[in-house]
Write a protein that binds this ligand. Structure first.
Ligand code: PRP
Ligand code: MN
Ligand code: MG
Length: 188
């Protein structure tokens, strides 16, 4: 696919993303053998994670549950407001379950911090995180897993504003099949 004219450069192509997701899926399958029931609960964080979780779970050949919740902290800017709003529609019973939170990107860490605390308070026996991108340069809050929870990440992201493959600026660009850096003139 031709590069969108608002994209400065592509960081990861469709093929690179797909290969990395296969590796993450294989790792998860190894770590969550099918024996202990009930099956692990995958929770996709909408909206950004919608493409990633769809590709990820199709590579996981295990019985799993899949749910979604919505968390917003960026609105139409490029900086986190540090106080994500979590939708109240998430009423899945995670008590005694292994939960794997699926994110497109961890930036300041505020979103995951709040979600993990919520799942812990609901009695999850472990909370893991599977994020496609991790941008450690921006971290404000540590990601503290629960129980034997694990942290899976696809790629370390440089400190640039990235879009595509589910990630947006002001709701645009989510449908790009690759991940790229947005030209600054399109967000300033
Ligand atoms: C983005 C991204 C993560 C979160 C990461 O979501 O999808 O969920 O921010 O940032 P943080 O680590 O600083 O909290 P956003 O709030 O933009 O909502 P969206 O997924 O609908 O785009
Ligand atoms: Mn998000
Ligand atoms: Mg966003």
């Amino acid at each position: 696919m031709a590069m969108h004219s608002h994209i400065d450069r592509i960081l990861w192509t469709e093929d690179q993303i797909s290969l990395r997701i296969s590796q993450l899926a294989a790792q998860i399958v190894q770590d969550f053998p099918p024996a202990p029931s009930p099956p692990p609960v995958f929770v996709g964080v909408l909206t950004g994670a919608f493409i990633f979780i769809a590709d990820l779970v199709r590579k996981i050949n295990l019985p799993i549950d899949i749910h979604f919740l919505t968390s917003k902290s960026y609105g139409s800017g490029t900086l986190s407001n540090c106080a994500p709003t979590i939708s109240h529609h998430f009423n899945v019973d995670v008590n005694g379950r292994h939960v794997i939170l699926v994110e497109d990107i961890v930036d300041t860490g505020h979103t995951l911090h709040k979600l993990i605390a919520h799942l812990k308070s609901k009695g999850a026996s472990s909370v893991s995180v599977c994020t496609l991108l991790d941008k450690p340069a921006r971290r404000k809050v540590d990601v503290q897993l629960v129980g034997e929870g694990k942290f899976y990440r696809g790629f370390e992201c440089p400190d640039s504003f990235v879009v595509g493959y589910g990630m947006d600026f002001d709701e645009l660009y989510r449908n790009l099949p690759y991940i790229g850096v947005l030209k600054p003139e399109h967000y300033s």
